[in-house]
Design a protein around this ligand. Structure first.
Ligand code: TEU
Ligand code: CA
Length: 547
């Protein structure tokens, strides 16, 4: 079936699109240094076109000392040499466009690298014009302005003796927060966005954008008082073209705020990544390292609220994986006996809903988590929590169990292209350990197997574009209290879709609603009827009202 042509000059094209996230360091290395690069992405555009995706969100490739794998940017308008050159980026943009694929860059506007020229200037003195691009407070060396903690451990304040001042950083010491109260700083950021728009970039993912309105004195980080004022200005100044897609990372978003972020009047962004469904298996009041079993009814009620409340008033992103999260097939699926069935089931559950789906590299292969020794870990967040929790007296085994379940490194192992010695990722020494299961989980095998997760995703993407009910049908949750089955319907005037997913390794009875008796089975991960649901079985039934 020919790929649906989207008019990307028009607002809203992303509502019929499916996006793919690439973590460039781990995608494909073409010069043998063990690190993925832009030429690697260019060489896999046919693979991505075959999958059927419409846009690529790339984690940062701008100049960076790599303290936080590129989320510490030292030059917003330069490509880091380890990924390639500006010409490589121009080639990637052009070659992707030829295949109907938009490039969506990851912009980190909440903070930059301490190596950025702005911060280097700011360190020169209080009267330096760049000093106020950051958040400084006078003080004494042993008394930070307040008790705020940084996400990656330690205080959110670091002292600079020469200035007798503290500066604020929500993440690493090497990632000073930018001061959005400074209009000059904001204007310079907007200029960097226009630099990339002029080069043909068609969208942006905005890192922790809900934190740009912070008030460090009041210890407010996300959802600050001027947040939506800044977003409206950002949209007006930088996202002038109605076809530019923007997705904001907003850990603190609720449905009310999401309606502001993704208002159909294009006053702010196209959509947000909210994380309510991601945090459901987190112990309440604790952080991500303390998990509780996932409650399917809670997950269903969360999705039900987001689907119903944004229908016609905003726009959902749909994701279960990204570079910060453990692989979902290991977290909520079954990465053992039912890896393939559960990977397909989770995709069905997600892609049947209203919103723009995001596929994280390797998700289309059913790639899994990896168990590493602490010495093999690379992620700053993981290494800090190991150190902090051991200092706090935690049992090392317990800490490693949390890390195996939650570390961001789970998502950052090299993409598995072949069963070969280095998974076809590099000819050198990969910067991150390869998952040993690449011998059976790899793109080459998946492309050759018509029943692979890859081909299931390809059919699912094609299906979503062939029927309007996926884009605009209303959402109705069925059997909300059922602990094992996630079932819902989508309805338009004349189209009706039923999505049924068995989240367990048990065979379960399921009675489809009366109006779906005799409906066409348009997708299944078992290719059988659905009188009963086999382990991790997922089914889509569909019918149109006859005139
Ligand atoms: O992540 C925001 C963020 O808070 C996450 O790091 C989160 O705290 C944690 O990782 C949940 O698992 C964004 C980027 O996606 C992340 O990669 C960066 O490290 C972070 O911002 C700082 O730029
Ligand atoms: Ca390389």
């Amino acid at each position: 079936m020919a790929k649906l042509k989207l008019d990307k000059t028009k607002w809203g094209w992303w509502q019929s699109a499916v996006f793919y996230q690439i973590y460039p360091k781990s995608f494909l290395d073409t010069n043998g240094d063990g690190v993925g690069d832009l030429k690697g992405i260019i060489s896999k555009l046919d693979y991505l076109e075959n999958l059927g995706i419409d846009g690529i969100w790339m984690s940062p490739v701008c100049a960076s000392p790599q303290v936080d794998n590129g989320y510490d940017i030292s030059d917003y308008c330069a490509i880091d040499p380890m990924f390639g050159t500006l010409e490589d980026m121009d080639t990637l943009i052009a070659e992707a466009k030829k295949r109907g694929i938009s490039i969506i860059l990851d912009l980190v506007l909440n903070h930059c690298s301490e190596q950025h020229q702005w911060f280097q200037e700011a360190l020169k003195g209080r009267d330096n014009p760049y000093h106020d691009y950051f958040i400084w407070r006078d003080g004494e060396p042993d008394c930070p302005p307040n008790e705020m903690r940084a996400t990656f451990g330690g205080s959110a304040w670091t002292y600079v003796p020469e200035l007798k001042q503290w500066y604020f950083h929500q993440f690493a010491v090497e990632q000073p927060d930018l001061n959005w109260e400074n209009p000059e700083m904001r204007r310079e950021l907007y200029q960097t966005i226009r630099f990339w728009v002029d080069r043909g970039v068609e969208g942006f993912r905005l890192d922790v954008i809900d934190q740009i309105g912070k008030d460090a004195d009041k210890q407010i980080t996300n959802n600050g008082p001027r947040l939506h004022e800044y977003l409206r200005e950002l949209s007006a100044e930088a996202f002038k073209e109605e076809g530019l897609v923007s997705v904001g990372e907003a850990w603190g978003a609720d449905t009310e705020r999401a309606k502001l972020y993704s208002a159909p009047d294009a006053s702010e962004l196209s959509m947000v990544f909210q994380f309510e469904h991601i945090c459901l298996d987190q112990e309440p009041g604790k952080d991500k390292w303390d998990t509780i079993p996932l409650s399917l009814p809670k997950l269903k009620q969360c999705y039900d609220r987001w689907q119903r409340e944004l229908h016609g008033k905003g726009w959902n992103s749909l994701f279960l994986n990204n570079h910060d999260l453990p692989r979902t097939v290991s977290r909520w699926g079954n990465d053992g006996k039912y890896r393939v069935e559960s990977a397909k089931m989770l995709a069905t559950m997600l892609h049947g809903m209203e919103g723009t789906p995001y596929i994280f590299q390797g998700e289309e292969l059913g790639m899994t988590n990896i168990r590493l020794d602490i010495q093999q870990h690379v992620d700053i967040e993981t290494l800090n929590v190991y150190k902090e929790r051991l200092e706090q007296g935690y049992d090392p085994e317990e800490v490693m169990a949390s890390i195996h379940a939650r570390s961001r490194d789970n998502a950052r192992t090299p993409m598995q292209w072949t069963a070969g010695e280095k998974a076809g990722f590099t000819t050198g020494k990969a910067w991150m350990p390869l998952n040993p299961n690449h011998t059976e989980i790899n793109a080459e095998a998946a492309l050759a197997d018509p029943d692979s997760v890859f081909h299931y995703y390809r059919k699912l993407i094609e299906l979503r574009k062939s029927k309007d009910v996926f884009r605009s049908g209303s959402f109705t949750l069925l059997c909300p209290e059922d602990e094992n089955i996630f079932a819902y319907t989508r309805d338009t005037e004349k189209e009706h879709l039923l999505v049924v997913c068995n989240f367990t390794d048990k065979t379960l009875p399921f009675d489809a609603p009366e109006n779906f008796r005799g409906a066409e089975m348009i997708l299944s991960n078992y290719n059988d009827g659905c009188s009963e649901l086999l382990p991790y079985e997922a089914v889509m039934l569909y019918y149109e009202d006859v005139e």
